[in-house]
Design a protein around this ligand. Structure first.
Ligand code: HEC
Length: 116
């Protein structure tokens, strides 16, 4: 006789899978992955809230910053692709970039939504 709980278990497993696939906000991605280096400037990473550290990065424009955060980048130091967390989607990484940029730029705070 088939187990009557089987369909229920399947529904539970599916809903868990959907819940874990939920998109993270920029802040969540930062707290989970980027903060390791970008909170304290580890390995020369520009710190959140530190305008002078971010100036030369901001000058490149958001498109380049997105690309470097997603694919990794060697400058004066090394930014690993997706901060080393391959499970992040490109749009989650972009949201985290907007979150960090908004900590150092009043213009970005007005025009970017870090929760997107
Ligand atoms: C292992 C440490 C580390 C982690 C984790 C990390 N970064 Fe970085 N990041 C760096 C370093 C170091 C630099 C400076 C690289 C350079 O300019 O040479 C950098 C630079 C950047 C830049 C500027 C790139 C540019 O072109 O100027 C962005 C944007 C960035 N990181 C975004 C992120 C995001 C988003 C995350 C989380 C998903 C993240 N980083 C996680 C170390 C890290």
């Amino acid at each position: 006789m088939p187990c009557p709980l089987r369909p229920l278990a399947l529904i539970l497993a599916l809903s868990l899978a959907v819940a874990s696939a939920k998109t993270l906000t920029g802040r969540q991605v930062f707290d989970q992955t980027c903060h390791v280096c970008h909170s304290h400037g580890v390995a020369g990473a520009p710190k959140v809230g530190d305008r002078s550290a971010w100036r030369e990065h901001l000058d490149k424009g958001l498109k380049i910053l997105y690309a470097h955060a997603i694919h990794g980048y060697y400058g004066y130091s090394f930014m690993p692709p997706k901060g080393g967390n391959e499970s992040l989607t490109d749009s989650e990484v972009r949201a985290a970039v907007r979150y960090m940029v908004a900590t150092v730029s009043a213009k970005a705070r007005r025009t970017l939504d870090p929760h997107q």
